[in-house]
Design a protein around this ligand. Structure first.
Ligand code: NDP
Length: 452
């Protein structure tokens, strides 16, 4: 049977673009890709990239402040949101163009339209055009989820944060995960008065308790009002803004309410259920370790599968799919020991097990230190950084590493290599320090802080 395409990819985000490019350029497949929005997906257009640029923008006030302590005369000029936003938009246009060029160079045919599945080998575009394909890859990502409550329509999500016409004076951020905590810090750094509501006892659930406590303390010291055990009951439009009535009795007015209460996979209306593709409770596509669904010709990668919702994971899943299906090299991406960083201020980098999970599994030693780093201590700031290693008492392997510090994301990337290679605490000890740095503490912690 002949098909229009060897592969049709639905979704031009990190996972879909990588799979399309590798299948076409490395393995010679005839590939079509449909994207209903802008090429690049969440990461490039409304996620990691614009977020990180906002993180950079929000870091300048403390840099200006420290500069004075280092002898510089600095007139702290105000922040021009529109000047930043225009540059940000230009950068995203450039990146989108680069993604399109990459696909074109690889020989992938781009369809700027929404696509849905007709059957196991056919897709239909919004234009009505239909194409057959030997294999179909769903890489449609996810979207912000806002719970249903009175006034929910007054809330914005991370999608809207890059298009604001002006920065608010007072903002409420709801949620305690990556996105809520990052945006609370971004807005705070940009001079917005920030309040964060989280329904649980401590933000950043799932991360190491000590590390998340350290981040929360630093955020509060920076002026963010974190209300834990608190949720929104209702939002009401007022003359001056949005009135928030909360479960802890708080009634306050804000100019902006941003919800970051998780994301949901984009599976609705694709025609998946009718085909027999398994869909989980949150709407995620069920796949095996090779990203294959219950329908043999249909695969799925990235956030739409709800495995680990991180860009580099989607990229690896997409690459592994292309190598498996078109390269004759069965490859399953290993979801163990994926490092990640939360770009709060200070950043938090983590890889491997939390202390809590590790001590439930086996006897461990914990090596932890918190100290004032040289750069900010000199400037008279009280900021403290934290380094922590979780070590197996039996194998001596480092099971987890957690860093809360400026540039923790950069540090954890390198620690992750050692930990993935199975480094023991003694391997860390044998490694000579790089002095004077913050991360040298990772190889100089001699005595366990505690055993469990
Ligand atoms: P998360 O799952 O990280 O956090 C969702 C937060 O919202 C949690 O604090 C959760 O509370 C809370 N919540 C969920 N439902 C409700 C509700 N109905 N009412 C009130 N609160 C609620 O999601 P995010 O949206 O922050 O991020 C989505 C994913 O994107 C992340 O999991 C991550 O994988 C990825 N991401 C990664 C980044 C990075 O690598 N730096 C940056 C941004 C996103 P509870 O803890 O009680 O469940």
């Amino acid at each position: 049977m002949s098909f229009d395409y060897d592969l049709f990819v639905i979704g031009g985000g990190s996972g879909g673009v990588r799979a399309a490019r590798v299948a076409a350029a490395d393995w010679g497949a005839k590939v079509g890709l449909a994207e209903e929005s802008r090429m690049g997906g969440t990461c490039v257009i409304r996620g990691c990239v614009p977020k990180k640029l906002m993180v950079f923008a929000s870091g300048f006030p403390s840099i200006f402040e420290d500069a004075r302590s280092y002898g510089w005369a600095v007139d702290q000029a105000g922040f021009d949101w529109m000047a930043f936003r225009n540059r940000l938009e230009a950068e995203l246009d450039r990146l989108e163009g680069a993604y399109r060029d990459t696909l074109k160079t690889a020989g992938v045919t781009i369809h700027d339209a929404r696509a849905t599945l007709v059957d196991a080998h056919r897709v239909r575009l919004a234009s009505g055009e239909e194409f057959s394909a030997r294999h179909i890859l769903i890489a449609t990502g996810g979207q912000p989820f806002v719970p249903d409550f009175p006034g929910a329509e007054l809330a914005v999500t991370s999608n809207d944060m890059f298009h604001l016409d002006a920065l608010p004076k007072r903002a409420l951020v709801v949620g305690g995960g990556y996105i809520a905590s990052e945006f609370a810090c971004i807005l705070n750094g940009l001079g917005v008065e920030v309040c964060q509501f989280y329904r649980g006892a401590q933000i950043l659930r799932g991360f190491d308790d000590e590390a998340r406590g350290h981040v929360a303390t630093a955020m509060q010291a920076d002026g963010i009002l974190i209300h834990t055990g608190t949720d929104v009951m209702r939002l009401e439009k007022t003359h001056g803004g949005i009135r928030v009535v909360a479960t802890d009795g708080t009634e306050r007015e804000f100019d902006l309410v941003m919800y970051a209460t998780g994301r949901r996979p984009n599976t609705q209306g694709l025609g998946l259920e009718a085909l027999g593709v398994g869909i989980g409770r949150q709407g995620q596509i069920a796949v095996d370790r090779f990203s294959q669904t219950a329908v043999p010709s249909v695969f799925a990668v990235g956030d739409v599968t709800g495995r680990i919702n991180l860009t580099p994971v989607a990229i690896r899943e997409g690459h592994a799919f292309a190598d498996t299906v078109f390269g004759g090299k069965p490859t399953a991406f290993d979801h163990e020991l994926v490092a990640s960083a939360v770009f709060t201020q200070p950043e938090m980098g983590s890889v491997g097990m939390t202390e809590e999970a590790a001590r439930d599994q086996e006897p461990i030693e914990v090596y932890a230190t918190a100290f004032r780093p040289m750069r900010t201590a000199f400037a008279g700031r009280p900021d403290r950084v934290m380094m922590k290693l979780i070590v197996s008492q039996t194998t001596r392997k480092v099971l987890g590493c957690h860093i809360v510090a400026p540039e923790a994301g950069e540090m954890i990337q390198l620690a992750a290599i050692a930990i993935r290679m199975g480094a023991t605490k003694e391997d860390f000890d044998r490694t000579c320090a790089v002095h004077p740095t913050m991360s040298e503490e990772l190889v100089t912690m001699r005595k366990p802080t505690r055993s469990a």
